[in-house]
Ligand binder design. Sequence first.
Ligand SMILES: C[S@@+](CC[C@H](N)C(=O)[O-])C[C@H]1O[C@@H](n2cnc3c(N)ncnc32)[C@H](O)[C@@H]1O
Length: 457
Amino acid sequence: MTQPPRPRRKGPRPPNGEAPAPRSEAASPAERPHAERIEALRLLTGVLRERRALADLTATAPDLPPAIRARAGHRAAETLRRLGQADAVLARFLRRTPPPPAQDALRLAAVEMLHLSEAPHAVADGAVAAVRAQKGGERLTGLVNAVARRIADEGAPLWAARDPERDAMPNWLRGRLSSAWGAQAVRGIAAAHLAAPPADLTPRDPAGAEALAEKLGADLLPTGSIRLRGRAQISALPGFEGGEWWVQDAAAALPARMLGEVAGLRVLDLCAAPGGKTLQLAAAGAQVTALDISEPRLERLHENLGRMGLSAEILAADALEWRPDAPYDAILLDAPCSATGTGRRHPDMIHLRGGDLDLAALTALQDRLLDRAFRWLVPGGRLVFATCSLLPEEGEIRAEGFLARTPAAAALPADPEKLGIPAEWVSPAGFLRTRPDFWPQSGGLDGFFAAGFLNRP
Ligand SMILES: C[S@@+](CC[C@H](N)C(=O)[O-])C[C@H]1O[C@@H](n2cnc3c(N)ncnc32)[C@H](O)[C@@H]1O
């Protein structure tokens, strides 16, 4: 098996990688009784105040046992899912918004007591320890202690009186999604955001998917993804070491398959990292070039290929400046976007963006990438444009605009039968649209858009 080459640099240097997180006092043995809550608060403030992704914060976690890290991550994620509900309850106990560490410690405490049903006295003590471990937190311990005890005494009926689906989505997102998909869909999406989703796996060999699902005690979805039935330690599952599968949401696995048969073809995976789709294309026998601007994310792609024993040419470059030496038979463009389709799996996403989402800048970038990439196809070549967004501005509207201004491009409609999806997920124009409220009975799937285009021969 070929080992993938290390990322090769081309074009300008991407922005610096993440700076290592300061070591938290949570690592101190003296703090161990509350280490979990201290770490959960570090994650929460990292997302809400520093606008850093939960995955990056977890990757730079202090030296804590994996079980504590996992439980802290769970608490932080649940708090992000229920932030609106927690804030509504806290508003009853606070005359004004408290300083950030106290506000976040109390949000966490409210969710732990009222949603996760944890022992109130332990939660209150933990909230005090957690705020004390934050910079400037010592002076906030009295406030946190007093309010946490009020949540314990009076919070339950207030919590129960809320409409969790209404509270689950910030107004900026609710407004955009309501105009796009209607109020009922928004309720369904909000309900999906409230539940921790099942893990999906993509089998390396689609022909062996059924046997693999059986070995894992999992369900084989009609799309070919394998869905785990409960929570599991992924690296301990059968087939992980041998590279028989990788973790990938069922919706995220669809765009690469829209390219059709790729064995032996020269395929460009543009905006490739961390590489879920690169793995699919390489496993399907394509000669893949995986290009991304982010070197740290390409390191993960390199590791993922290595674990699977697959290979691809890896390029670190800005797609707006890079040019290929020769045209490609097929191109997958998984463009940067608002990531609003991933809220159920990444509850930090909607809070990271806040109301200041620069949609105009993102859509302009998507258009530029699409226009450039299409020129790199051989005549008769095919391109799939995808985004993990729920906003039509980053999906249907981009694809329609591209077809209107590109006479050489013809729509290559998604085929529901081949993809194993209901026909309603494909629009009359042939575009694929998934949403978190689809398949509610079997755990939903991420929101994705994908459109296929043919370079007319
Ligand atoms: C949606 S993610 C890609 C996910 C990936 N395709 C996968 O399946 O794992 C978008 C990617 O676009 C990359 N990106 C953003 N701007 C870029 C640019 N100008 N040139 C190349 N890559 C870019 C980001 O670094 C990010 O990894």
